[in-house]
Ligand binder design. Structure first.
Ligand SMILES: *[C@@H]1O[C@H](CO)[C@@H](O)[C@H](O)[C@H]1NC(C)=O
Ligand SMILES: *[C@@H]1O[C@H](CO)[C@@H](O)[C@H](O)[C@H]1NC(C)=O
Ligand SMILES: *[C@@H]1O[C@H](CO)[C@@H](O)[C@H](O)[C@H]1NC(C)=O
Length: 119
């Protein structure tokens, strides 16, 4: 009975486990605020578009896989176009970072954790 309940609970968690992405538009001069929220069930990826002209970052859920030169890839990546940087990534709340790349976000997260550990 316990096993059955556990199995049921796991099933429910799996079913309701929609991808979460940061969503909305933000001024790139400011750090990311808000939380990642549920995407539609069809979402596969999270996206981030940095518009150089307006200095704005647009974050959303993506319904297709990430692509590189038109070829689907299973890794997260950013495409640097002339007036915008287009990023696509896999995983809950992965579309962080202020504008350019995920590396910056990851480095800052590691760095931030290091600082926090020293305090
Ligand atoms: C973003 O913030 C900067 C610094 O406060 C400001 O100069 C700029 O006008 C803002 N851009 C937008 C699109 O709101
Ligand atoms: C995305 O990639 C996965 C794994 O390669 C594949 O199974 C799926 O069909 C792709 N989805 C779309 C919408 O291309
Ligand atoms: C993107 O490309 C432009 C033009 O080639 C370049 O000036 C800019 O530094 C690049 N940005 C990043 C983050 O790679």
């Amino acid at each position: 009975m316990f096993k059955f309940t556990l199995l049921l609970a796991l099933t429910v968690i799996t079913v309701s486990n929609a991808l979460k992405c940061y969503q909305g538009m933000q001024n790139a001069s400011y750090p990311l605020s808000g939380v990642a929220s549920d995407c539609a069930a069809t979402a596969m990826t999270c996206t981030k578009l940095f518009d150089v002209q307006t200095n704005s970052v647009y974050r959303a859920c993506g319904t297709s896989n990430c692509t590189s030169n038109g070829v689907m890839t299973s890794v997260s990546q950013c495409l640097n176009l002339t007036s915008q940087i287009n990023c696509c990534c896999y995983g809950d709340g992965c579309n962080t970072g202020s504008s350019y790349s995920y590396i910056t976000g990851i480095l800052m997260a590691v760095f931030g954790t290091g600082i926090a550990a020293m305090l």
